[in-house]
Design a protein around this ligand. Structure first.
Ligand code: GLU
Length: 320
C-alpha cells in the first residue's frame, strides 16, 4: 500500500511538472500510416536534438487528422499541428464547417510543408475509372475530424451528391488499405503527401488504381477556396500505376496558436531549418522541399512572429 502511494505521489509530481513546464509541446498529426505522423516525428526529433539550446521538449501524437487538429488547437489542447491548408483557410475565416463559432483568428503559421494530393484508389476489379463512377459504390468516407471526410464532402457537394449517394463506411486511414483489398470497400480516399505508406500498402497488396479527380466540380472547388490547386501524382511511384494521375490538392501546413511564445516558435523553426538536410532525408515526401518556398507564403493564417524573427535573421526572408 505504501509503495502504491509512493508511486502515485511520484506520478502526480511528474504530471504536475510536465503540465506546468512551459517547454513541453504536443504536435498533432494524423493516422500512423499517413505522412503527417512521420513528419511530426521528424520535426520533434530535430527540436529534441537541440534541446540543450532551448530546453523545449516536443512530443508527437497520432490524431484523427486536420479538423480534429484545428479544433484541438482552438481548445488549447494542442500547441502544434499539421493541417491541410483548405481547412486552415476555413478555420481562420470561420467559414464552411467552422461557421458555427467565431473564426479561429489565433491560428498562426510556422511553415508550409509539401503538397497533399486528394488521392482516390479503387480496386481494379471494381471497374472504376473516373471520380463520377464512385457514386453508389462502397466508399470509405473517413471518420469525423479527418481532412479526408471534410474535403470529400466539399468536393461532392459540387456534384450535388451527399454521403447518402455512397454505400459509405467510416474507416480510419490505417484500416482502408486492408478493407479495399478484402473487398469491404471499393474506393479509398486520402488527401496525403506522396509517397505515402498507406498508398504503397494498398497498391502492393492488391491490384488497385489511382483514379483521376478532374472536371467542373473541381474547378468550382478551386474557385471557392484559393487553397485548392491542380496537382498530378507522378507515375511510377506505386506498383501498377505507371502514369501520372491528375487530381486536386492543398498544402500540408505546420501551425500553432498565437499563445505560443515568440521564443518557442523561434526555436522550433530554427531547429528544423538549421538541420534541414537531415530533415529532408527523413521522408521521401520531403525530397522536393526548399526552405525559401516553405516560408514565403502567402499564408491564410499569418506567420507566427517568433518564426518570422528567425526567417529574417537567417535571411530566409528578406527583412523590410
Ligand atoms: N490530410 C489528412 C487529414 O488531414 C492526413 C494525411 C496524413 O496523415 O498524412 O486527415
Amino acid at each position: 500500500m505504501r509503495k502504491a502511494l509512493q508511486y502515485l505521489f511520484i506520478v502526480l509530481i511528474s504530471f504536475q511538472v510536465h503540465a506546468e513546464s512551459p517547454g513541453f509541446y504536443t504536435l498533432g498529426t494524423g493516422g500512423v500510416t499517413g505522412v503527417y505522423y512521420p513528419t511530426g516525428g521528424a520535426i520533434c526529433r530535430l527540436v529534441n536534438l537541440s534541446r540543450t539550446d532551448h530546453g523545449i521538449r516536443c512530443a508527437v501524437v497520432s490524431t484523427g487528422g486536420t479538423l480534429a487538429n484545428l479544433r484541438q488547437i482552438r481548445a488549447g489542447k494542442l500547441e502544434l499541428a499539421i493541417v491541410q491548408s483548405d481547412w486552415l483557410y476555413h478555420a481562420y475565416r470561420g467559414t464552411d464547417q467552422f461557421n458555427d463559432r467565431p473564426a479561429v483568428k489565433g491560428l498562426r503559421t510556422l511553415f508550409t510543408l509539401y503538397p497533399e494530393y486528394f488521392t482516390v484508389v479503387a480496386r481494379t476489379d471494381a471497374g472504376i475509372s473516373s471520380f463520377e463512377q464512385i457514386k453508389g459504390r462502397k466508399v470509405s468516407v473517413g471518420k469525423p475530424g479527418s481532412g479526408q471526410r471534410a474535403t470529400l464532402q466539399a468536393l461532392i457537394t459540387n456534384l450535388g451528391w451527399s454521403f447518402d449517394d455512397f454505400d459509405a463506411m467510416e474507416l480510419d486511414p490505417a484500416e482502408q488499405a486492408e478493407a479495399l483489398c478484402k473487398g469491404d470497400i471499393d474506393v479509398m480516399i486520402y488527401p496525403v503527401g506522396h509517397p505515402s505508406g498507406a498508398t504503397k500498402e494498398v497498391t502492393r497488396d492488391c491490384d488497385s488504381r489511382l483514379i483521376p479527380v478532374t472536371g467542373d466540380f473541381v474547378l468550382k472547388a478551386k474557385k471557392d477556396n484559393p487553397q485548392y490547386q491542380a496537382l498530378s501524382i507522378p507515375g511510377g511511384l506505386y506498383q501498377g500505376n505507371p502514369e501520372d494521375v491528375e487530381t486536386i490538392g492543398m498544402m500540408a501546413t505546420f501551425v500553432t496558436d498565437e499563445s505560443l511564445s515568440n521564443d518557442a516558435a523561434y526555436h522550433i523553426v530554427r531547429s528544423v531549418f538549421t538541420q534541414f538536410e537531415q530533415f529532408r532525408r527523413m521522408h521521401p515526401a520531403f525530397l522536393g522541399l526548399k526552405p525559401q518556398d516553405m516560408v514565403r507564403g502567402p499564408f491564410t493564417a499569418p506567420l507566427h512572429p517568433g518564426a518570422l524573427r528567425y526567417y529574417k535573421e537567417s535571411g530566409l526572408l528578406v527583412a523590410d
